[in-house]
Design a protein around this ligand. Sequence first.
Ligand code: NAP
Length: 302
Amino acid sequence: MVYDVIIIGGGPAGLSAGIYAKRAMMNALLIEKVGLGGQITKTHMLENYPGFPEVSGMELMEKMEEHTKKFDLEIKFADVRQIKDGGDVKTVVTSDGEFETRSVIVATGTRPKKLGVPGEDEFTGRGVSTCATCDGFFFTGKDVALVGGGDSAIVEAIFLTKMVNKVYVIHRRDELRAEKINQERAFKNPKIEFVWNSNLQSIEGTNTVEKVIVKNKLTDEITEIQVGGVFMYVGVEPGTDFVEADKDGNGFLITGPDLSTSVPGIFAAGDCRTTLLRQVATAVADGALAAVSAERYLAGIE
Ligand code: NAP
């Protein structure tokens, strides 16, 4: 059997593509590696997805997953290793078999980047985390450090203040890149202390994290901060290693206005492509556009 479209990734872009593909009566398969929902399930609260003034990432994604059931989207859990481009028919090679398809939508999103400092790997799961929503509870009443100044960092720093005693936000500049509304909230929050112009040098402890070592970039001053945990929010990298199509210097797929990649029949949607804005709203829009573009591509090759 040859699918009309295989969608790789089950986050907002992939699920949206699935809904649009099924409504276009395409024979569609969505392949997801771990669990449906994507990175946004790690966000405790969204306030910028239209129609949902306040919703947790998990709740929103459960609704999207439920929505795909209405249209009987076929979903398979497997790790995609390769897309073999055979022209009009492509083969998606996974950890659980090979699947033939006439088009592909890559919607693999992103994964958290590592900083690469001593202690980061050693203490992962023992005080170092990339998910405040998942792990914040374990640090109730403690002081924690959080590294980064983007949307994820600031949204999650604010969330952590509900349970921890204090959050040291360590940022390499003296200006945040997060949304202004969240910057204002963070600046007003008495439990957040900013450590500006500073780089995390190492994470130290015995069995669990006990302190971080921070270096001020302007003065070279080294400071020790006693913390029970460290949350890393230093950006994201795309899950596109298996895709042989043109990418930018950071591995994000380069797409045209119809979300086509440099390989005919392979489209990209959501955070894994080069784009100005990575939000749930833009990801679901991408999913819709990629599905319609795939449908038009199929009509063209028929
Ligand atoms: P991001 O926007 O790329 O921010 C990464 C942060 O980490 C930046 O502040 C960056 O500093 C810092 N950083 C990067 N490399 C570093 C290094 N080597 N050492 C120290 N600091 C480093 O990543 P993100 O916050 O994970 O967000 C990813 C995407 O999802 C973004 O497009 C974001 O807008 C979106 N998002 C949106 C929301 C929302 O509710 N609106 C929530 C979460 C995520 P510099 O600022 O100096 O570069």
